[in-house]
Design a protein. Structure first.
Length: 467
């Protein structure tokens, strides 16, 4: 690999995920010189597609759905006919039964039984009454869900799954996560949707269809990478290990690829790598209070175990959620149900998501142990037979999801206030901004970062970028 030619006017982008690539794509089209550095061997970050022989899979099912017209137009023009419209069909597997997700009252009554359903509705009514009499103090995920769904619904559908995903009690998880991920949804809205089919516009959780590239979600990142041309480069398998700064201006970056280390000059620097990683590569180091705050921000990690099956299809679902702790994975999807091109004819594969913390018991398990327990669990659940397994692979993904523990905001704000003092540094993306954004939000941060730089650059407009 050849190091990029140094150019003090070049824009350096840390991270080749959707945010970094969107920024680089638009800047490149506007005539700016950009260089993107990605630590993985392929672009896309969490939204990449992995190839396993004749099979393709994402790191968990990543749909594209948006109400943002600008982002929708950007992606549709970028993908130029590659997008499929996929009907969503999701279920929750709980107590040896399948429940529709989003909620459908008839299914809930048959699944939980009339007494439990009545208790659910009564609990929800109590929460409505409480709200009318006194403003609830909503702090945690538990507070938010109970207020919007009632205690019974929280205990049945939310508590175990949320604690399985995040590795901590619901009362320790900030309300900001659930309010963002289930924005605008309550039991009342879900019931009205099921009975009366009212408009779901603006509530992504209730979307019936989504867009998906026929060769996997990673194709969006690949198309962005291919559009960064004209003397611009995307380097993979390359880490930025240091950002040298003076008087709150970043002057150079130190990059490492295998055993090769070199210095890169730039006029502006854009970071979409995890916020805590950015803090730790600044040189000189930030003040102790900033380092302390960075140590308080945590991420949840994930291990993807994918099992290839000698069968045409296992399910007809886009997602299946598995809350119970005795099942080692929290969610599965079958890529063939998203696009027929994700697996060869007559065969399919199951992608399982194991939520964990880097270094914990799950993370330390060997690949062989993880594969064995996954196959055994899928067989016990009745999805596969062990003699149908024809291939398998594992992908470990550190820092997959920002963890919003109560109290995190104080530390986050302190870090952002410090970084805002840098004159030529921008942050973007889910990890870079420590926000649990959807895919369209992530792309939007990349677009907005490019717009900001172009707006402040004499002689360039977004029209120059064709946008």
């Amino acid at each position: 690999m050849n190091a990029p030619e140094n150019n003090k006017d070049r824009i350096i982008i840390l991270g080749g995920g959707l945010a970094g690539l969107s920024t680089g794509y638009l800047l490149s089209r506007a005539g700016r010189k950009v260089t993107v550095f990605e630590s993985n061997s392929t672009v896309g970050g969490l939204s990449r597609t992995v190839v396993m022989g004749d099979f393709r899979f994402d790191l968990g099912g990543h749909r594209f759905f948006t109400n943002k017209k600008k982002v929708e137009r950007f992606v549709k023009e970028l993908m130029d006919g590659e997008l499929l419209t996929v009907p969503r069909k999701s279920k929750i597997y709980l107590r040896n039964r399948y429940f529709d997700y989003p909620l459908k009252p008839a299914n809930a009554i048959l699944g939980l039984g009339v007494p439990t359903t009545l208790k659910t509705i009564i609990d929800y009514g109590k929460e409505i009454l409480k709200k009318s009499l006194k403003k609830n103090d909503i702090v945690s995920l538990e507070d938010w869900v109970v207020s919007n769904f009632g205690r019974t619904m929280f205990n049945i559908y939310f508590k175990e799954y949320s604690e399985k995903v995040w590795g901590m009690e619901c009362k320790r998880i900030s309300k900001e996560w659930v309010a963002k991920r289930i924005n605008g949804l309550s039991l009342g809205i879900a019931i009205r949707s099921a009975f009366f089919k009212f408009s779901k516009r603006g509530i992504p959780t209730l979307a019936d269809n989504f867009l998906y590239p026929s060769l996997g979600i990673g194709r969006i990142s690949e198309r962005l990478r291919d559009g960064i041309n004209g003397g611009n480069t995307v380097f993979t398998s390359t880490n930025i290990i240091r950002l040298n700064h003076n008087n709150f201006r970043i002057e150079t970056a130190i990059a490492r690829n295998c055993d090769i280390t070199y210095m890169v000059e730039g006029r502006k620097f854009i970071s979409s790598i995890p916020l805590t990683t950015l803090i730790h590569i600044l040189h000189p180091k930030p003040p102790e209070d900033i380092l302390s705050s960075a140590s308080k921000l945590k991420f949840r990690d994930i291990i993807i175990v994918t099992i290839a099956i000698n069968r045409e299809r296992v399910t007809d679902l886009t997602w299946l959620y598995l809350p119970e702790r005795n099942i080692p994975f929290g969610r599965i999807h079958e890529p063939k149900n998203w696009s027929a091109r994700m697996s060869p004819e007559g065969k399919t594969h199951i992608v399982t998501e194991h939520f964990c913390f880097e270094g914990d018991e799950t993370w330390r398990r060997s690949d062989a142990e993880l594969i064995k327990s996954t196959i055994q669990s899928l067989e016990k659940l009745g999805f596969i037979k062990i003699d149908e397994v024809i291939d398998c692979t594992i992908v470990r993904v550190p820092k997959a999801y920002p963890l919003f523990e109560i109290g995190y905001r104080e530390h986050y704000d302190r870090i952002i206030s410090y970084l805002d003092r840098f004159k030529n540094l921008h942050i973007a993306g889910r990890g870079g901004m420590f926000r649990y954004d959807n895919m369209d939000d992530v792309i939007e941060t990349g677009i907005e970062t490019a717009e900001k730089i172009i707006k402040n650059s004499k002689g360039y407009t977004m029209q120059d970028a064709g946008f």
